[in-house]
Every structure is written in structure tokens, then in C-alpha cells.
Design a protein around this ligand. Structure first.
Ligand SMILES: [Zn+2]
Ligand SMILES: [Zn+2]
Length: 287
């Protein structure tokens, strides 16, 4: 493993929502890391899905802050570990919901960091403004209820407003109906959405596990020059020739893999190979 052995070392995880269920078995089995949860760490101060606390920065900046907080909470830990999800319209498929999960493993002096990622359309993320208990119950069937929890939020001027009441982690029809009834009585409408917290959202937990496996892939990908883990694509060059006219397209022609430790770089063909691009992807043939 070169200069960064993982076996037997302690990684401390920032979570209040039982993410260790998805993360710990993978890292323990694949890397031999010991994973412990940073007890008593309030990760909600780095943002909540339900809008009470805004995220302090980008998704990557936030996940780093969480990992640093875990390290600060457990002085004997070798690594800090945290994950952060982001949900919304899928970047490539705007008509479907998508999720991006990041997981970071960093050492104490900040000189070593790996970031695993999972980008997926497999998410139950969704929300709706409803005017009746029946509409609320019907909508929750679309977002995985009751195997996945839902949240009911008060409404102000047609928008969800947590200052008007927020009911999280609803997993029974009885609790859901009661919360919707209270909010409807007070505001005339209720905002219903999927609860994205990992411990009440098995689909999200699976995405976190996939991101963890991506982290393992990086951890096991050592630099051929110095052995440092995390040898991965640092640049993609477009220009794969069109199969019809031969002109360069926006498809990736070459990947550059590099080491952030020693700066060693290598060129390689993408996993999709050197097969020419189809004329449909060519600006000249298909303007
Ligand atoms: Zn062409
Ligand atoms: Zn290197």
C-alpha cells in the first residue's frame, strides 16, 4: 500500500444517522480500516435537508468540514470520514430526480485525502404541496413510504417554511396523517417530501455504500511511481473522431491519470475505447 497503509488504522466517521451501516463493513473488509462513529458530534450544524440549517459551503467543502470535525472529536483517530448527499434534478436527465453522494477519507494533517462518489438516478427524492390528507397519502406512495420516511413541513405563500412546523421521520400512516392534519389546519396546505436522512432512507444508504466502494477503488489504485493511493483521472481530453467524417467530436478521446503526491501522469484511452463517435454526436454531421 506504499506510504499509506490502512490496515488496522482508525477512521472516525461523522454521522448521527447510522451511516456506519453502509460504510463500516465495506472499509473494514476491503481496506482493513477500523471504523468508529464520532459519538456526540452534531452533524446537523453542517446543514439539514429540511432547510433549518443551510449547508456552510459546497457539497465537497461541507463533507470535508464534517470529516475534520470527526477528527477533532476523536484525538486518537488516524483518519476522518464523512459523507454528504445532494439531491435534485439529475444533471444529465433533467426530467428525473438524481442524487450525488460524496464520501471523504482524510488524514489529520490534511496532506492525504480520497473522495469517493456516486451519481445516480436511483433516489426517492421528491416533494409536493398538498391540500388534503388523501393527496398526501397518495403522494407518499411515489416516494417509497413507508419503507422510507417522509417529512411534513408547514407552508407560507405556497413555499415550505420550517418555521411553520416540521415533522420528520414519519414512517406510519397514522403519524403521517396526524402531521398533515395539523399543518393543513394551520396553513391550509402542507409540503410533503422524502426524508433523505440515511437511517430512514434505505435507498440513500445504498448510494452511500456505492460511494464507499468508489472510495475503496481509489484507495486500492496506487501510483505506479510512488505507490500513493488515489491514482485516478485528473483530466479528460475531448476530440474522439466522428465515424462518418473523421472530425473531432466532444466525446472523450484520452484520459490523463495522475498522482497528487508525486505529480506522475499517464495517458490512457477511456473505458469506452477508441471506437469512433457516432455521426449523431458530431457537430459537423449533426449540427
Ligand atoms: Zn461527423
Ligand atoms: Zn505518485
Amino acid at each position: 500500500m506504499g506510504e499509506f497503509p490502512f490496515k488496522g488504522r482508525l477512521a472516525v466517521l461523522a454521522t448521527m444517522h447510522r451511516k456506519e451501516q453502509a460504510i463500516a463493513p465495506v472499509l473494514e473488509e476491503m481496506l482493513g480500516l477500523r471504523v468508529e462513529v464520532a459519538r456526540g458530534l452534531d452533524t446537523d450544524r453542517f446543514g439539514t435537508f429540511t432547510r433549518e440549517v443551510p449547508r456552510p459551503g459546497t457539497q465537497l467543502a461541507t463533507v470535508r468540514l464534517k470529516a475534520q470535525a470527526a477528527l477533532a472529536a476523536v484525538p486518537e483517530a488516524d483518519f476522518g470520514l464523512a459523507s454528504e448527499g445532494s439531491f435534485g434534478p439529475h444533471p444529465w436527465l433533467p426530467w428525473v430526480a438524481g442524487g450525488r453522494e460524496l464520501i471523504v477519507l482524510m488524514d489529520r494533517d490534511g496532506g492525504f485525502e480520497l473522495v469517493g462518489a456516486d451519481l445516480t438516478a436511483e433516489t426517492n427524492w421528491g416533494s409536493r404541496l398538498v391540500n388534503s390528507v388523501a393527496d398526501a397519502v397518495a403522494f407518499t406512495q411515489d416516494i417509497g413510504f413507508p419503507s422510507h420516511a417522509v417529512v411534513v413541513i408547514g407552508v407560507h405563500k405556497g413555499e415550505p417554511d420550517v418555521s411553520k412546523g416540521v415533522y420528520k421521520g414519519l414512517m406510519t400512516t397514522e403519524d403521517l396523517e396526524a402531521a398533515v392534519r395539523i399543518v393543513l389546519e394551520q396553513h391550509g396546505a402542507a409540503h410533503v417530501e422524502s426524508d433523505m436522512r440515511a437511517h430512514v432512507n434505505p435507498t440513500r444508504l445504498q448510494a452511500i455504500e456505492r460511494a464507499t466502494r468508489d472510495l475503496v477503488r481509489l484507495a486500492l489504485s496506487g501510483c505506479p511511481h510512488c505507490g500513493r493511493p488515489g491514482f485516478d483521472v485528473v483530466e479528460r481530453r475531448e476530440g474522439l473522431p466522428c465515424g462518418a467524417c473523421g472530425l473531432p467530436t466532444r466525446r472523450v478521446r484520452l484520459e490523463i491519470v495522475g498522482c497528487v503526491g508525486c505529480g506522475f501522469r499517464q495517458e490512457r484511452f477511456p473505458a469506452t475505447g477508441q471506437t469512433p463517435a457516432s455521426p449523431g454526436e458530431c457537430d459537423a454531421c449533426n449540427p
